[in-house]
Structure formats: C-alpha cells, structure tokens
Design a protein around this ligand. Structure first.
Ligand SMILES: Cc1cc2nc3c(=O)[nH]c(=O)nc-3n(C[C@H](O)[C@H](O)[C@H](O)COP(=O)(O)O)c2cc1C
Length: 373
C-alpha cells in the first residue's frame, strides 16, 4: 500500500506537508498552477499588500556560492562552487489586490484539493492601516483561500509600522493578529522575523492575538559582501546598498535554533518550518523539532523556478521514512512530529567529560599545540 503523505495542519487538509513559501515561486498564477502540477501540497502566495510597490533597479536576488578548495565566498558564477545562500532585497508583490483576486479564485477552482495560503501585509500605525489588513484578509478568503499568513517579517521595510518592524514588537504582533482574527473565518498563521533577541516573546504576542500557527523563519538581515578588487558591494545600485535578507543553506541551523525555542515554549501549538530546506533530510529536522508543515523558497527558485525536483525529493523522502518505520506504526508525518523536541536542553544539562581524561585547558594554552618540554 502506498504511504499516505497527507496531513491536517491548523484544520486544513494537505495532500503532503510541503509548501512553496511566499516568494518569487508563488508570484503568479502560472507558477502556482505549475507548482501544484509538480506535486506541492500547498503554496503561500507572494505577499499581497495595498500600498504601491516599486522595486530597486537591477537584480533583486543573488546567490552566494562557496568554493570547495578555498574559503572564498562570492556571488560570482564559477564552476565547482556550491550554494551557500540567497541574498535578496525584493519587496512584497508589486501587483495590486485587484490583480490577485481573480487569479486566486481561478487557482482554487482549478486545484480545489491543493492548499492556497494568502500572504498579506499592511501597516499598523493607525486604524486605517489595521483596516487594510482586514480588507486584504476578507478579499483573499472570499476567493476560497484556505488560510492566511501575516507577513510580520519582511526585512526590507523602512516604515516603522511594517514588515519585520511589526514582528519585532510583541504588542503590534498581537494587535495585527487580533484584528485579522476578528474578520477571518479561515486559519491565520503569523510569519515572524528571526531578527529579534527572543522570538518566543513575539510568538506569545501572536498567540495572544489568536494566531493558529507560527511560520518561521523569514530571511535573516544581512549585507552582500564587498568585492576585494572593485571595493564595491556585490549587489549595489549607484554604489549603494541596504540590508537585505539571507536565505538558503546558510540559515538552516540558525532557523532550526529559532524553531526549537518556539516548539519548546509552545509544545501544543502549530508551527510551519522555513529556512534552508533543499531536501527531505533538511525538512526532517523541522518535523522532528515539532513542525507540522515546512516551506521552501531558495531551493525552489534554483530548480526551474518552482522546484519540481525539490518536491520529488521531499515526497520520496517522506514515503521512504514512513516505510522504514512502518514497524513502529508510523502512518503519517504526525507520528514523528516533535520526536526530538526535548533533546535540546540547557548546556549545563549535557553530561561532562570524565574528570580523569579532562585536561581542563589549564595545563595547555587554549587550542595551541603543547610546547615541547
Ligand atoms: C527573492 C525573495 C523574495 C521573498 N519574498 C517574500 C515575501 O514576499 N513574503 C514573505 O513572507 N517572505 C518572502 N521571502 C522569504 C521566503 O519566503 C523564506 O521565508 C526565506 O527565503 C527562507 O526560506 P529559504 O531558506 O527556503 O529561502 C522571500 C525570499 C526571497 C529569496
């Protein structure tokens, strides 16, 4: 019997727990339709807002690559280099809500059994802005979207009441979530920024506002590197750059640490894991820490724009692990979600080296080779 990859997350049924995250892979109707045909269980749309959006001149996303035989890191394309990360300063969708509305309806009509989560974003500085959240939520829900994801985490916003600036303020997180929950009948996920000291604080704000799940991570605040020959940033316009967001392999361990904090603090809540996933083995980390679904961006961008090979690896990996552990009674992802959540403990709880073998660092100078007697 074929393994059953389906799952239910925040009350929504998924054919599999793998989603394309809100980003270029989900910026158009044709991309989303192709993604569903390729096998993705769900998509989170590119973030939809009500304010006019004009992106920077030139490339909005570049990829940092690492050499195998030297410490060099660079965005320059060269043979034999491996992907280190994506760096982007792309804003939310530059298409209007009116552009999105009929498309969302058509996508849901064509793929009623696939999950469409609408990512939305507005300001939070006054009542008009808060009503914008409600307007966006209602419009997307009326088109049949299955859930909403609140973008409280875009790292490129200068406005203090938008994007990750909201995500850094537990009160604003709570207020925005509550305002959307007042009108939404579908589940509301809050996508938080990893660029805070203690993400548990903002997550508590989201749950107090009524969030049905937390999604994390958005990209990490970062700068592109400076080219040592030209002395210019590898991404710049007229010599200038602003901070942007780092995604891809480099953020996998960073994002896992954030997720571990969240799933330990709120063991009974729902989480969607994002950050650095290219394969099922990567995704497995998020499931074992307590996530019910996972989302992917960078790896899909680099695989025919919507990740047909990535989703194949993810579904094959999930099938394989369910078959391997069938003797334990595993029938779905729910059987291993959170299985390693409690293995992350305080450093002081980790067993110490045996005293007799331990050199304590006092009879040697740090990590240096011992001086010959
Ligand atoms: C070019 C680009 C655009 C993105 N746009 C959005 C966006 O509009 N809304 C959002 O919530 N996240 C956005 N993200 C963040 C991704 O959804 C995701 O959280 C992040 O890239 C980490 O996942 P990854 O390591 O798989 O790339 C964007 C990321 C990239 C690279």
């Amino acid at each position: 019997m074929a393994a059953d990859l389906s799952t239910t997350f925040t009350g929504v049924r998924f054919q599999n727990p793998f989603l394309l995250s809100s980003a270029p892979p989900t910026e158009s109707e044709s991309n989303i339709m192709r993604a569903f045909e390729a096998g993705w269980g769900g998509v989170v749309t590119k973030t939809i807002g009500l304010h006019p959006v004009v992106n920077v001149l030139g490339p909005k996303t570049k990829f940092i690559r690492a050499d195998a035989d030297s410490p060099r890191l660079s965005m320059k394309k060269r043979p034999g280099a491996a992907l280190h990360s994506s760096w982007n300063w792309e804003l939310i969708s530059d298409k209007t809500l009116d552009w999105w509305v009929p498309r969302l309806g058509r996508i849901k009509k064509a793929f009623p059994d696939h999950v469409v989560v609408a990512s939305i974003m507005a300001g939070s500085g006054n009542d008009t802005e808060l009503r914008h959240w409600q307007e966006l939520a209602t419009a997307c829900e009326q088109q049949g979207c299955d859930a909403l994801e609140l973008n409280l985490s875009c790292p490129h916003m200068d406005r203090p009441d938008m994007g990750s600036n909201v995500g850094k303020d537990k009160e604003l997180v709570s207020i925005v979530t509550k305002v959307v929950k007042e009108v939404a009948k579908i589940p509301v996920w809050a996508k938080l920024t990893p660029s805070t000291t203690d993400i548990v604080v903002e997550a508590r704000g989201a749950f107090l506002g009524g969030a049905d799940a937390i999604a994390s991570s958005n990209t990490f605040t970062s700068l592109p590197l400076i080219d040592s020959e030209t002395l210019e940033f590898e991404v710049q316009v007229d010599g200038f750059v602003s901070t942007g967001g780092l995604g891809g392999p480099a953020i996998l361990p960073l994002s896992l640490a954030k997720m571990s904090q969240l799933t330990q603090a709120f063991a009974d809540k729902s989480f969607s894991g994002i950050g650095g996933i290219s394969t099922f083995d990567h995704a497995l980390n998020y499931f074992l820490l307590g996530c019910g679904t996972v989302q992917i961006c960078t790896a899909a961008m680099l695989d025919h724009a919507i990740g047909p090979n990535v989703i194949r690896d993810l579904t094959e990996g999930l099938t394989r692990i369910l078959e391997t552990h069938a003797d334990k009674g595993w029938t779905g992802v729910r059987d291993f979600v959170g299985l390693r959540r409690d293995r992350v403990v305080l450093q002081s709880k980790i067993r110490r080296a045996d005293e007799k073998d331990y050199r304590g660092g006092y009879d040697r100078e740090g990590y240096a080779e011992p001086t010959p007697a």
